[in-house]
Write a protein that binds this ligand. Structure first.
Ligand code: DAH
Length: 357
């Protein structure tokens, strides 16, 4: 009995891993193990012998089981210690370049245009994406029956049954921020309002959520000439070209009078878009002199003040500048796309430091 005990406790102490322990368990206390065999021999013994040997075998079995359990716990502790020793992380190390996040082209374009307009004296204003029907439409001279409401494929927010107030909408453009900025700041005012907008539309150049930047300049002596100069300066700076020709086409928007859509001269040679040269024109924005009704809706006297406004698609600008063919990919969160088209996080665009190196 003492030999058995010494043999197995010795083996258990030496066992290097759980597999070895299991082999010892089967050999010692398993159903066909050595102790089971010895138990079977009890039948051949005298009652006196049995009384002595039986309990001793049981005690040995218990002791070996206890030793097995203790060793198993010790091995698990050692394994954990080993993991803690090897799987450490030095948080003071610089981030690995490969793993660094990138700045999304929409954020990059927004940073760039913000830097440009800041230089032109425009500050940044923001408004809510869930907007009142009034700010999104009525205040912009788009009354309830106006076809522009239908054209915009508006998402309406749900109202509780019995609540008859006009619904809130997901803003369909950034123009309502014109109204909110005038309400807040009064005149004179010079702001740009970048942000997300929503329309129920989906194809290669449309997504249900996209981005616009609104511009608004109100003062006593602002004219269409100021609008033209500002937009030309902006387009040259944004596309990083020395000269650019813009074409102002008469158009119609409810919130401006007169209104103009603006095209930019470009070429498409070999499928490659070049801004500022060639025989083609591409529409990039809507603009005009702010309608007196809109100025009044913003709480400013249209007899004293006038100004211009414009609205540009930011995603569109990013597609053009960075040669990204499909708008839908912008919002798929595909890491390969983000790494390919994304920008280094620490290159903050400035006019003096370069917009998009
Ligand atoms: N809100 C228009 C749109 O979403 C864009 C626009 C056109 C904005 C003319 C303006 C403007 O401020 O003057 O299509």
């Amino acid at each position: 009995m003492d030999d058995l005990k010494a043999k197995y406790l010795g083996q258990i102490a030496e066992a290097a891993d759980e597999d070895a322990l299991e082999a010892i368990r089967v050999a010692a206390v398993g159903k066909k193990g050595e102790i089971a065999l010895k138990m079977r021999e009890l039948g051949k013994m005298t009652p006196e012998e049995r009384k002595a040997v039986g309990p001793a075998l049981n005690a040995l079995k218990d002791e070996i089981n206890a030793a097995l359990a203790a060793k198993k716990a010790a091995l698990a502790d050692a394994a954990l210690d080993e993991r803690l020793r090897t799987e450490w992380l030095d948080v003071t190390l610089p981030a690995r370049h490969r793993r660094q996040g990138t700045v999304h082209p929409v954020s990059q374009a927004t940073e760039e245009l913000t830097a440009i307009f800041a230089e032109l004296g425009f500050s940044v204003a923001e408004g809510p994406r869930i907007e009142t029907d009034w700010h999104n439409f009525d205040a912009l001279n788009i009354p309830g029956h106006h076809p522009a409401r239908a054209e915009m494929d508006t998402f309406y927010m749900h109202r509780a049954p019995g609540d008859d107030r006009p619904p809130h909408v997901l803003r369909t453009h950034t123009s309502p921020v014109q109204i909110r900025s005038m309400e807040l700041q009064g005149a004179p005012i010079r702001v740009i309002c970048p942000g997300g907008v929503y329309r129920a539309d989906y194809d290669q150049t449309h997504t249900p959520m996209f981005h616009q930047v609104e511009g608004l300049a109100i003062d006593k002596d602002i004219s269409m000439a100021n609008l033209k100069w500002v937009l030309e300066e902006f387009v040259k700076a944004f596309f990083e070209v020395d000269d650019v020709e813009l074409r102002f086409r008469a158009s119609h928007f409810p919130f401006t009078e007169p209104s103009a859509e603006v095209d930019i001269r470009c070429s498409w040679e070999g499928g490659q878009l070049k801004i500022g040269e060639g025989d083609d024109w591409m529409e990039i924005l809507g603009s005009g002199m702010v309608h007196p009704k809109v100025i009044a809706a913003g709480g400013i006297d249209p007899e004293v003040y006038q100004g211009f406004a414009f609205g540009i698609g930011i995603d569109r600008l990013a597609m053009l500048k960075y040669g990204i063919p499909d708008l839908r990919a912008f919002f798929d969160s595909d890491l390969r796309w983000l790494r390919h088209y994304g920008f280094a996080a620490l290159d903050i665009p400035t006019l003096h430091g370069g917009l998009s190196r």
